[in-house]
Design a protein around this ligand. Structure first.
Ligand code: RP5
Length: 176
């Protein structure tokens, strides 16, 4: 097995339905990753050991998803020189604001690149972008990915111009 370049860590298995989107993006770009359940509060010693060893194991970027009092990304960032991307997970309270603020309000010197609430897909894309800085093949794939996105929007606009907004909404509601 190849050394994983990216480590995805989750505060709980309940974060997995959201964090799977990070894994899917990394698979799309053919990047080796590992995924672990690790809690800043429930398994602090394991979280500490993980953070201290990740760089030596060859991991390049850590993506941490957690909700509620979401300290996972922050405590990991405090213990490693690797870049840490945080995904605040929408929990049962406060529309996810608790998770977002726990993650985004890091003290100066210990950054966590915090995504939107449940922004797990973007966490994967940002990680790919960081790796692409030193990998032209990945840069090419990212360019193609962004071109495909642009094409999707352009197709939607062509359809809107052709059928008008009323029919567009009907079609949209039928599909979703
Ligand atoms: C956090 O508490 C986890 O990241 C999760 O989002 C939240 C709830 O965990 P469970 O009670 O579902 O295990 O630590």
């Amino acid at each position: 097995m190849n050394t994983p370049l990216i480590s995805i860590i989750l505060g709980s298995d309940s974060d997995l339905p959201i964090m799977q989107e990070t894994a899917q993006i990394l698979e799309e770009f053919n990047i080796d990753y590992e995924i672990k359940i690790l809690s800043a509060h429930r398994t602090p010693k394991e979280a500490f050991d993980f953070a201290q060893n990740a760089a030596n194991r060859g991991v390049k970027i850590i993506i941490a998803g957690a909700g509620g009092a979401a300290h996972l990304a922050g405590i990991i960032a405090a213990l490693t020189t690797l870049p840490v991307i945080g995904v605040p997970i929408l929990g049962k309270s406060f529309d996810g604001l608790d998770s977002l603020l726990s993650m985004v309000q890091m003290p100066s010197g210990i950054p966590v690149a915090t995504m939107a609430v449940n922004g797990s897909k973007n966490a994967g894309i940002l990680a790919v972008k960081i790796l692409a800085c030193s990998n032209p093949e990945l840069t090419k794939k990212l360019t193609e990915y962004q071109q495909k996105l642009a094409q999707t929007v352009s197709n939607k606009n062509s359809k809107l111009q052709k059928i008008g907004y009323q029919q567009y909404i009907k079609d949209f509601l039928n599909k979703n």
